[in-house]
Design a protein around this ligand. Structure first.
Ligand SMILES: Cc1cc2nc3c(=O)[nH]c(=O)nc-3n(C[C@H](O)[C@H](O)[C@H](O)COP(=O)(O)O)c2cc1C
Length: 179
């Protein structure tokens, strides 16, 4: 049976999957029923009360599996509460976060029917040792040091507020969103 909240994710090198896993665990700890699935594997949204969709940004584009997810499930998503997140910045640098947000907003603008209840950028993980084609063909990338600026406290805090925004669940005892 489907859970009431779906956490769907896309990933290339695994860091977004780990974030999605943490989100699912955070919600389960609070008593919510959660399904965690790669976005490309999701066949139907029937049975879900809310959707959380996350994916990394590469070369200014949100991962294609997330974009295809929105297209494939547009009819269902038009009437479901949706929260969106993206991983991108590889340094704890405000400008990088602003740029990533602009990149994500540009992508989401292509889905004019979508009203996301929450949209967030999280820092990502950059590990040249894991690169595969086509990025191995770009020597400049290999000289950039590895980094991991995923802020797990921020990820858990954002996730904890989602049920109130998405479900207005009576079981949720956190703060009521002001936006
Ligand atoms: C070749 C390459 C290009 C990237 N381009 C962007 C970008 O345009 N904007 C951004 O915010 N992050 C960019 N990133 C950072 C990734 O989004 C980040 O590493 C993310 O954590 C990867 O997620 P994954 O491990 O789930 O695949 C890029 C990373 C790589 C390796």
């Amino acid at each position: 049976m489907s859970g009431s909240i779906l956490v769907a994710y896309a990933t290339r090198y695994g860091s977004t999957q780990e974030v999605a896993e943490t989100m699912a665990a955070t919600l389960r700890e609070r008593g919510f029923e959660v399904d965690l699935q790669p976005a490309q594997d999701v066949k139907t949204l029937a049975g879900y009360q809310a959707i959380i969709l996350g994916a990394p940004i590469f070369m200014s584009r949100w991962h294609k599996d997330a974009r295809h997810f929105l297209t494939r499930h547009s009819i269902a998503l038009a009437t479901l509460p949706v929260a969106i997140f993206a991983l991108g910045p590889t340094h704890a640098d405000e400008k990088e976060f602003q740029e990533a947000r602009q990149q994500l907003d540009t992508e989401l603008a292509q889905f004019s029917w979508l009203t996301a209840y929450a949209v967030e950028i999280f820092g990502g993980k950059f590990d040249p040792a894991k690169f595969n084609i086509p990025y191995t063909l770009l020597p400049v990338l290999k000289n950039i040091p590895a980094s991991d600026v995923r802020d797990w406290d921020a990820i858990r805090a954002w996730t904890s507020k989602l049920p109130a925004k998405l479900l207005w669940a009576p079981a949720y005892t956190g703060e009521v969103p002001s936006d």
